[in-house]
Ligand binder design. Structure first.
Ligand SMILES: *Cc1c(COP(=O)(O)O)cnc(C)c1O
Length: 458
């Protein structure tokens, strides 16, 4: 019989987490204004809010941390990181930043101006925020299958070449500073982009002389899906696939808190020295000198090791198998999910789960709150609250999908935790017909409102 997968590591240090009662949680969530971001971490038992900066580092990463070089300029840890990034991506010019959105801030400050349009596959929320903050528009060119949660397309992060060509021909070239591919595509459900699609998008960009960048937070998970699902890729190593993926682009922004396997950090990596020079000035203004950019030497040292570990097949296999484990069990119980299951998270289709809650009452947020009350599990809404208001009309935007994302931190929880989560979701699913009312907004910020929004039950 085929052996099941098992984690290619054992546990050396543990951290307690705290169970609570439903009564306690009802009280806590009320005080938090029905916003899961406002809870204290001790009020959460299994925290699936995000996989960003929440993972566990390896013994080798902790060892690297001790050897970090804290020199202000020319740190050895910077050069270790730079060499690792170049080996994995092929991009020779590295600018560290304190996290992913800082990389976006710097690069977009150089490239994006008012009135521009930036096509891509369902831009991440901070990415879209940085584009809209500059009075430019993020144009979503994701394939239509991405928004049909029951269609089992293997690469739902792909860009539609038709939509992209239409955008390239209808907008003056000066108004398209670049095209952005997000790997994997978080917003459509942690869905990968195929190597073939990246190649074709790159060719189209070349045809119109438009630069191509990657928002690469989960590039290693994307490479794993290419290895598993794309024809002719089975025998290639993850690192080979990464090199080819990045060979089609001009640079990347990275949130190291994801596939960097560290708790904080980000970077920009570029092919072009002239662009690097322009961005350098802004890194110095916003982040710090070009050889640390808001990161400590020890964090850069741990990141260099993390990038290597994240691009090993064994690690990725166990990581993605754990996400699948949770997803497969929920699918068996009939819970509607984005299918196939994403790389870093299970995305519950809240429109199908809670069909009686009107869209203006935020069904995904309602479901996320029910899950917290049921079992102390914290997921996150990826729906209308996150989608924010239209910057011009100030109307609520209703995206095609309403998800509750259960993001699995890397190397952090066991499959017992996954079983606990699955049972809690199944319990709420069993009483879904009783949930008919949602929430309304009483207070919200003008941009990225989901972090601070205050709600009240309808
Ligand atoms: C997390 C993330 C970002 C932003 O990075 P931070 O480190 O959170 O600032 C940008 N794009 C994608 C795809 C991400 O997942």
């Amino acid at each position: 019989m085929k052996l099941p997968y098992a984690e290619p590591y054992r546990i050396k240090m543990v951290e307690p987490i705290f169970p609570s009662t439903q009564e306690q949680r009802s009280e806590w969530i009320k005080s938090a204004g029905y916003n899961l971001f406002n809870l204290r971490s001790e009020q959460v038992f299994v925290d699936l809010l995000t996989d960003s900066g929440t993972g566990a580092m390896s013994d080798l990463q902790w060892a690297a941390l001790m050897r970090g070089d804290e020199s202000y300029a020319g740190s050895r840890s910077f050069h270790e990181l730079k060499d690792t990034v170049e080996r994995i991506t092929g991009f020779a010019h590295l600018l560290p930043t304190h996290q992913g959105r800082a990389a976006e801030n710097v690069l977009f400050s150089v490239l994006v101006k008012e009135g521009d349009r930036v096509p891509g596959n369902s831009h991440f929320d901070t990415t879209k925020g940085h584009i809209e903050f500059r009075k430019a528009t993020a144009v979503d060119c994701t394939v239509d299958q991405a928004f049909d949660t029951s269609s089992p397309h293997p690469f739902k992060g792909n860009l539609s070449l038709e939509k992209l060509r239409k955008e390239f021909t209808s907008t003056p070239k000066e108004q398209i500073p670049f095209c952005l591919i997000t790997i994997t595509c978080n917003t459509s459900g942690g869905q990968p982009v195929s190597l073939e699609n990246i190649r074709q998008v790159s060719a189209l960009c070349k045809e119109f002389s438009i630069p191509l960048f990657f928002d690469a937070a989960r590039f290693a998970e994307n490479a794993y899906f290419i290895q598993q699902r794309e024809e002719g890729q089975k025998e290639r190593s993850i690192k080979e696939i990464c090199r080819e993926m990045f060979s089609y682009g001009d640079g990347m922004t990275m949130s190291s808190k994801k596939d960097g396997l560290v708790n904080i950090g980000g970077f920009i990596a570029l092919r072009d020295k002239a662009l690097y020079d322009k961005a350098s000035t802004l890194v110095i203004v916003y982040e710090g000198f070009v050889t640390y950019g808001g990161m400590s030497g020890r964090d850069m040292a741990a990141l260099a090791v993390g990038l290597d570990e994240a691009t090993e097949h064994g690690y990725l296999h166990s990581r993605i198998s754990q996400v699948e484990y949770l997803g497969e069990r929920l699918l068996k119980s009939g819970v509607p999910l984005q299918n196939p299951i994403g790389g870093h998270a299970v995305f519950i289709d809240a429109l199908k789960f809670l069909p009686h809650v009107p869209r203006e009452q935020f069904p995904a947020q309602t479901l996320a709150l029910e899950l917290y009350r049921e079992a102390g599990i914290r997921g996150v809404e990826i729906g209308a609250i996150l989608a924010d208001r239209d910057p011009l009309t100030r109307e609520n935007r209703y995206p095609q999908t309403e998800f509750v994302r259960l993001a699995i931190p890397r190397r952090t929880y066991t499959n017992n935790h996954m079983d606990y989560v699955a049972q809690a979701v199944e319990n709420v699913f069993a009483r879904r017909d009783e949930i008919t009312k949602g929430y309304r907004i009483i207070e919200e910020a003008p941009i990225m409102r989901h972090f601070t929004v205050q709600l009240s039950p309808v």
